[in-house]
Design a protein around this ligand. Sequence first.
Ligand SMILES: *Cc1c(COP(=O)(O)O)cnc(C)c1O
Length: 409
Amino acid sequence: MKPVAEDPSSWQEVPLFDTLRQQAALRDELFAALAKVCDTGRYVLGPDCAELEKSLAAYCQVPHALGCASGSDALLLALMAYDIGPGDEVLMPSYTFFATAGAVWRLGAKPVFVDIDAITYNIDAAKIAAAVTPRTKAIIPVHLYGQCADMAAINAIARRHHIAVIEDACQAIGGEFDGRRAGCLGDVGCFSFYPTKNLGGIGDGGLMTCLDDNVAAKLRILRVHGERQRYHHQLVGFNSRLDSLQAAALNVKLPHLDRWTAQRATNAARYTELFSQAGLADCLGLPTASPRCRHVWNQYIVRVPGGQRDALREHLTTRKIGTQIYYPVPLHLQECFASLGIGPGSLPETERAAKETLALPIFPELTADEQRAVVAGVASFFGAHTSQRQAPPRPKFLDATTASNAKHR
Ligand SMILES: *Cc1c(COP(=O)(O)O)cnc(C)c1O
């Protein structure tokens, strides 16, 4: 690693995301696919969407995959398929994106928040059983940052209490638990194609996966106002369809997803190595992959204890290094859920993660030089002396080992 020069003109700008780099390589193919949609006049659902659903059903190891307008809608439709409504309780983590709880709230049901595991940041399976009541109808494990929750433990509890399992897999397409893919691990899997997800569209989009034929049939009509047959409404659904333009773009991108995931894993392994070489592994809680999971690294999250997280972020921002805080306010402390009456201190690991975690750039096209700039920026925060240490040259064969380990995470 190069010594940190405190000369601002040498600071390398590193974005948190850069969707344009990915798009540049596919530009001609993407534009041709979009032009074809324009020319055929099939703008909503249609053949491009059917093709995507077929490919993603295979990719997620499920018989049914259904496009919809967003990951948020996928959650809402999944809950509607299980008739979740007023009087019902739905278990979920509080340390997640808002949509997980928003969907439950919009149906008049009550989100019941369970604390997270300090290492994986996923819902703590050991704390779920104590939160189950006779009103519990579903559980939404969120596969946060690209790593699946402990689905063996979660499914065991769900079976015992006859509650539905709705996977929020928005950050974990291609993720695996015990060799099985996210989306086939519960009753319904919910995915998002928001541009910063691992499979990102050129706008909003979402998908639901499921194993059961009856649930699939219900989801299929709920996304078109509950229509069984044109203008004959069996259920009250709403309009949540996938645009053909999004489906066409995603059909171009899907064949590259596994390569992009491997690049994310390589980047994660490289950070871990660079931070260790710089002697920073003790100042930062580095993310780990459970041996039971294929982690797809939607985010690379470090933990900065001792109240230094915000100062580190500011330090990196000055150096033009993009970072983000996911999620600064846990859901149980959000203003809109004040009526639940859950005060600070009730979910200690959730609240600690909200104060200590920081996301660093990890997108597939991130270069090794950019990663070195990020590590140098962090090193200069913790004391320039750590960053002055020259790392020994790395034998070639170790790079191969790291890459293959990364692939099998
Ligand atoms: C992105 C995301 C969603 C919502 O997806 P949208 O397509 O943006 O509506 C839901 N849950 C989690 C965990 C997410 O990361």
